[in-house]
Design a protein around this ligand. Structure first.
Ligand code: FAD
Length: 464
């Protein structure tokens, strides 16, 4: 009789793929069968999706075939869409595939775009939650840029009166990233400056990147202004039309204004992926599944949840795991260790999950990076190198199932902190690189950077 336990992982994104690789590395196939399920046949680096939107990455550079990642492992992969989990029966219902039974289940299905009840945004705006979304934006933006030359004679005079505004709703990390990338695409295009597309960000908040340190915000604003991106704050989108956005003008109660938009990109917030679970488990208002300090659902000890779909909720109601890639990865590495300890050594997890990654870098287009390394704000080449290094660490981790040297440097322990401090010091002392370095209180980093609520309205002002 085969007593092998079956663990099923739903989602092969940052959390799911990391967990599968690390578990396979730790647990022998005679003890456990690992099944990984994803709608796609590839692991997607969605943190590069805005660069796909700007035409600076090709889709195949941001997608790694899962078959390549699992070729020397015991992981069984099923490509299918998850329809439902029947928790009382330990069963998963898949689209066009047989149902799967499990002993242990890990849900890592990520997040989806939040529309705040604005249905017209679903119809007329584009979202940015995948590489495919990035490609759709790129194709539309390209069309817009090429239109600027249509209908004009050889002297550049023509009858094309269409406004070529690209408006990004939402000033969180995704919004500023795609704005920077599209502005770079615009500058790199062959059209003359008078014909180029105008990129604008509108945000309901009083600043971009609410919750980030002001030094980071100021630098992001400076970089975006240099790229000719307009920033309109305290402005709430109320309706998206085919060629415009209607917003509430907070200066006058009940009054509305409209700005033309040939391409609207919707990034003001995300919510947990809407997985149907029967019976239901506790979710936050934002649709994220509530888990305990061990990444386990409160209702089912054999169901775990990782990444953007999960919410670690303190008794005060505060959610302590923001929807970020490095948090998803840390949770996966933690859970792989906990499960392996339990199965191999029969040790129940005693240590609670704690994120120990000390690097967070924003990309603002082709060459502009800014962020936080070990409580220090970095920009320019240091930030770009740190971002590339972080991605390498992830790729090594999902290929080998090990915490590699690169990944260790990102851990928040004394040795890693020393290494990253040396790294920053060496670079900042270099006279040939134009970097900026500030010390910074890491507690001030945004805890939920994609939640740029569109429900507030506090007037309009153009940021200096
Ligand atoms: C443009 C962009 C830039 C970002 N930049 C950064 C950054 O610089 N730093 C940072 O820390 N974070 C960043 N993030 C956030 C980060 O990417 C997420 O926090 C991270 O991807 C979460 O990992 P996850 O495993 O929970 O979900 P995901 O990586 O989204 O994986 C979810 C997986 O589930 C699969 N799936 C979903 N539904 C189904 C279904 N029904 N059936 C089968 N499979 C399904 C998907 O195909 C996907 O593979 C960015 C996000 C975006 C969109």
């Amino acid at each position: 009789m085969n007593n092998k336990l079956r663990l099923v992982i739903l989602g092969a994104g940052y959390a799911g793929m990391t967990l599968a690789a690390h578990l396979d590395n730790k647990i022998s196939k005679k003890d456990m069968q690992i099944i990984l399920v994803d709608a796609n046949s590839y692991h997607e680096l969605i943190q590069e999706a805005h660069l796909v939107a700007g035409g600076f990455r090709k889709p195949n550079e941001t997608r790694i075939p899962i078959s390549d990642l699992i070729k020397d492992t015991n992981i069984k992969f099923i490509q299918s869409v998850v329809k439902k989990v029947k928790a009382d029966e330990n069963k998963i219902i898949l689209e066009n595939s047989d149902d799967i039974n499990y002993d242990y289940l890990v849900v890592a299905l990520g997040a989806s775009t939040k529309f705040f009840g604005i249905r017209s945004a679903m119809e007329y705006a584009l979202t940015l939650r995948s590489v495919d979304d990035g490609l759709t934006i790129y194709n539309k933006a390209l069309k817009l840029l090429s239109k600027s030359n249509q209908g004009k004679n050889k002297h550049g005079i023509g009858n094309d009166k269409e406004t070529k505004n690209i408006v990004i709703v939402g000033g969180g990390a995704t919004g500023v990233g795609v704005a920077g990338a599209l502005a770079d695409m615009n500058h790199n295009s062959s059209s003359s400056s008078s014909e180029k597309t105008k990129v604008t960000i509108i945000t309901a908040s009083s600043t971009l990147l609410p919750g980030f340190d002001t030094k980071i915000i100021d630098e992001v604003v400076r970089i975006l202004h240099k790229k000719d991106v307009s920033i309109i704050t305290r402005t709430t989108a109320a309706e998206v039309r085919k060629d415009s956005i209607v917003f509430e003008d907070g200066r006058e109660a009940g009054s509305r204004a409209e700005i033309p938009s040939s391409l609207t990109i919707w990034t003001p917030g995300i919510k947990g992926y809407d997985l149907v679970m029967e019976p239901q488990v506790e979710k936050t208002n934002n649709g994220r599944i509530v888990i305990n300090d061990y990444c386990q659902t409160n209702e089912y000890p054999n169901i775990f949840c990782l990444g953007d779909i999960s919410a670690m909720k303190e008794p005060s109601g505060k959610i302590t795991n923001p929807p970020l890639g490095h948090i998803a990865i840390s949770q996966a590495i933690y859970l792989a260790e906990s499960i392996a300890n339990y199965f191999i050594h029969n040790i129940k997890p005693v240590q609670k999950f704690q994120s120990n990654v000390n690097v967070r870098i924003l990309s603002l287009g082709l060459n502009d990076y800014i962020g936080l390394v070990n409580s220090v704000v970095v920009a320019g080449d240091i930030a770009r190198i740190a971002k590339g290094f972080k991605q390498e660490a992830h790729l090594e981790s999902i290929s080998s199932g090990e915490i590699t040297l690169a990944a260790k440097i990102y851990k928040n322990d004394p040795v890693s902190n020393l290494l990253s401090s040396i790294f920053i010091t060496v670079f900042s002392l270099s006279k040939t690189l134009k970097n900026k370095v500030w010390t910074y209180d890491s507690n001030k980093m945004s805890s939920d950077d994609d939640q740029d609520s569109v429900t507030e309205s506090r007037g309009i002002c153009k940021q200096d």
